[in-house]
Ligand binder design. Structure first.
Ligand SMILES: *Cc1c(COP(=O)(O)O)cnc(C)c1O
Length: 443
């Protein structure tokens, strides 16, 4: 972008200057609206989510066999919700804001198979593709016991096909591990910021890891190219895939059932706030979609991004969506937050979800590290930096009186609120790597 164009953008949207200056900012979208008004723009509905749920149920007997660690949940890949009262006290002190209501943590960080939120969308898309191929070949019917897929015969069948994906790490882990287990030949195109241990783990599963010196956007483009030249290769498009999005969305109905078991009430007088770390947008967007369908206008979704990669905030705030990248403004897109180092947001997710998301904020890398240390100290829970991005959310919401007023979120309602921080990764970080993260925390 030319400097005159940047200046014009800043004139139209003063917040852009603060993004360029790498300030921590919060923005609550005045155009956010009701589920009823926003839903038509998503292009997907409850039936689509129900179909995704049903597909995951069909695959549950297979997952039980292929990944015995999923037996405890009968082959359903789902995470716990836990209270974090000590962290809540620490955060109130740290930010000088008295957050009322209760803070909970959604531990997608500890999802089986790949230890991140990507175990939802990534695995779902691979399973969807495998089901389609097996059905087209006349080898599988919906009424079958899918555990039969765990066999040499099916591995042979899938080995004729390949799968490619571009990733900063965690999506590659989910798609690589799942695809290799089914028998596919799989290539993961990894951006420069991807961790060495993730590459090693993938190679140990028989995944072809292709490394790039550039960022996520380039890795995705190369994956797309590889797939174009091979008709038997399926490219998983993290930037535009509705299938991935639906895989994530199943979380909404499942959280509702978990809350019912835990006696957590969500209604007009007991609002739910959910804080979701955002990279390209598919994960948090899909989860938010599922949450809106499950809880309607009583759930308020807020996205969190690193100050060095605020792509979704930039795209939605300016209305330019995937027509602008943070690099266009000279922001470097360099962050320690795996999965969040994305310079250009998904145009699909931004356009589909902008009316259903209440707000966006950014935080620094050092803040994520500090929160990582505090979480370990106060709650004994170890997460990767990106998974802490949701932690400042409750204080940002509580401090913004104009936002609360616009949504008629009175002090009384806020005393009954539930603040759910979505912890998106960290369960598989090796001990030596975790020790390095903890050493970076200034606490
Ligand atoms: C991928 C990822 C996210 C964000 O998901 P997107 O679909 O890229 O927005 C958040 N946290 C972690 C740990 C991730 O791996």
């Amino acid at each position: 972008m030319k400097s005159t164009e940047i200046q014009q953008l800043i004139n139209d949207f003063p917040l852009v200057k603060r993004l360029i200056d790498l300030e921590e900012v919060s923005w609550f979208n005045p155009r956010a609206t009701t589920l009823k008004e926003g839903l038509p723009y998503v292009g997907l509905n409850t039936r689509d989510v129900q179909q995704a749920e049903a597909r995951l149920k069909r695959f549950a007997p297979y997952l039980c066999k292929a990944f015995p660690e999923t037996q405890v949940t009968n082959g359903i890949i789902e995470s716990d919700v836990v209270a974090i009262p000590d962290m809540q006290k620490t955060l109130n002190q740290r930010y000088g804001v008295e957050v009322t209501g209760k803070m909970l943590l959604k531990k997608d960080s500890h999802l089986p198979i790949s230890g991140s939120i990507k175990a939802r969308g990534g695995i779902y898309e691979v399973l969807t593709h495998a089901e389609k191929l097996a059905m087209q070949a006349g080898l599988l019917q919906e009424s079958d016991d899918y555990s039969k897929l765990f066999s040499e015969e099916f591995k042979q069948f899938f080995s004729q096909y390949s799968i490619a994906v571009g990733s900063t790490g965690n999506l590659g882990m989910s798609i690589g591990i799942m695809s290799a287990k089914l028998g596919f030949s799989v290539s993961v195109h990894m951006s420069a910021d991807a961790r060495e241990w993730k590459k090693q783990k993938l190679r140990s599963h028989g995944v072809n890891v292709v490394e790039y010196e550039q960022d996520y956007g380039v890795a995705v483009e190369q994956g797309r190219k590889e797939a174009e030249s091979d008709p038997n290769c399926f490219f998983i498009d993290d930037e535009n895939s509705q299938t991935l999005f639906l895989g994530y969305s199943v979380a909404g109905g499942r959280l509702k059932a978990q809350f019912e078991q835990m006696n957590v009430v969500v209604d007009e007088n007991h609002p739910l706030f959910v804080y979701l770390p955002c990279g390209v947008g598919g994960g948090p967007g899909g989860v938010a979609f599922g949450l809106k369908l499950a809880f309607g206008d009583n759930v308020h979704c807020i996205f969190a991004e690193p100050t060095h990669s605020p792509c979704m905030l930039l795209g939605v705030h300016t209305g330019l969506h995937d027509g602008i990248s943070v690099q266009d403004l000279g922001i470097d897109n360099v962050t320690a937050a795996d999965g969040l180092a994305v310079g250009r947001a998904s145009g699909f997710v931004g356009r589909a979800m902008e009316r259903l998301l209440d707000g966006y904020y950014t935080l620094s890398d050092q803040e994520m590290y500090d929160l990582l240390g505090l979480m370990n100290r106060d709650e004994g829970i170890q997460l990767e930096p990106s998974a802490l991005a949701g932690m400042p959310g409750p204080s940002r919401v509580t401090a913004d009186k104009a936002y609360l007023e616009s949504k008629q979120l009175t002090a009384e309602k806020m005393r009954n609120a539930t603040h759910l921080v979505w912890a998106t990764g960290g369960g598989m970080v090796p001990e030596v790597e975790m020790a390095k993260y903890l050493a970076t925390a200034r606490i």
